[in-house]
Ligand binder design. Structure first.
Ligand code: TK8
Length: 330
């Protein structure tokens, strides 16, 4: 009754009062709705609804409909969009230290990734986003990246030579693949399927879950399991929007984000374990790169790795190393 009167008053005055019920969050992501990102996004929306008892409403927009990662990051900074999930790799333009997650072969398995990302090293990096107009909430799993192409099976380090390979808009990826003799081409994810289809590029690298959900098997014949780097995703909020929320609402979103992180990682791992067989069934030819060949790739990338790690803030690199040492001896 009271609300109805308020609404009528607002109408009469030509203003709309900022009732708590009015908070709608636009949450964007780049992969399609069938992806692990889509699953995570729907989970997060439900959790926010549940924990806020309907006060906060989150609408999810998949398939890059709100723009590719870089564009959404800027929309968040400018306050034109509230939340997103995307790669940490495209944050390096804002905060070079985020490049630490792009160092090839940094994590050997998911356990190491979880430990470092959720521990002090990963959390300290999230906090550096504040000064750039973003709030870093949690890391989701994108996953260990593998290689696909339409030219030939890639089994050895030498096989990479001359392959036009789409990479993320990130200097570490660009330099690493250039060092292997491939021809890396940076491109937004939203343009990737068409680029592969039109053969503007020969190949790309992404986790098997993404290769499956994005239907790259329709335009790529060869899959090589390399696990050359673990990519996290990061759930972000617009700082200018966030600062206007009540402490209670911020807490709801934080809690929901943590729950979504655990859900999404579990979902992603289950999906990942089935993806290679599914991709074979779709007609992809799968090659597993041997540890010897991977060591050769790592050796080719070594000068890049040294350059990248040398350019990081020492406290960031040391914190990551300390956290890795912890989990490796645990
Ligand atoms: C989706 C991207 C994607 C990433 C890429 O927006 O660009 O290759 O792996 O997950 O963030």
């Amino acid at each position: 009754m009271k609300k109805a009167m308020l609404a009528m008053l607002a109408l009469a005055l030509g203003t709309v009062p900022a009732l708590a019920q009015d908070v709608t969050i636009r949450f964007g992501y780049g992969l399609n709705e069938e992806s692990t990102q889509g699953e995570g996004a729907r989970f997060l929306a439900k959790e926010i609804d549940r924990l806020s008892e309907g006060r906060l409403k989150m609408d999810t927009f998949g398939g890059g409909t709100l723009g590719p990662d870089l564009q959404m990051q800027n929309a968040l900074i400018g306050g034109a969009q509230e939340m997103m999930v995307g790669s940490t790799a495209t944050l390096v333009g804002l905060i070079p230290d985020f490049g630490v997650w792009d160092v090839p072969f940094l994590f050997a398995n998911e356990k190491e990734a979880d430990h470092v990302l959720d521990g002090p090293a990963g959390q300290a990096l999230l906090e550096t986003l504040d000064a750039q107009g973003l709030v870093g909430l949690v890391y989701w799993e994108n996953g260990f990246r593998n290689l696909t192409n339409s030219v030939r099976p890639i089994a050895t380090a030498e096989d990479l030579a001359g392959i036009k390979l789409r990479v993320m808009q990130n200097p570490v990826f660009l330099d690493t693949f250039a060092a292997t003799g491939a021809s890396p081409i940076p491109l937004a994810f939203s343009e990737l399927f068409t680029a592969l289809e039109m053969r503007t590029v020969d190949g790309q690298e992404n986790p098997v879950t993404t290769i499956q959900s994005s239907r790259f098997f329709e335009v790529q014949k060869y899959l090589t399991i390399t696990n050359h780097v673990y990519s996290p995703w990061i759930v972000l909020a617009s700082k200018s929007w966030w600062d206007g929320l009540s402490a209670a609402d911020q807490e709801v979103i934080r809690q929901a984000a943590v729950a979504s992180r655990d859900f999404e990682r579990e979902y992603s791992r289950a999906a990942s374990s089935k993806a290679v067989e599914a991709l074979k069934a779709e007609g992809m030819e799968v090659t597993v790169m041997t540890p010897e060949e991977l060591a050769k790739v790592a050796a080719m990338a070594d000068p890049v790795i040294s350059k990248v790690t040398g350019a990081l803030s020492p406290e960031v690199w040391n914190a990551v190393q300390a956290s890795l040492a912890e989990v490796r001896t645990a």
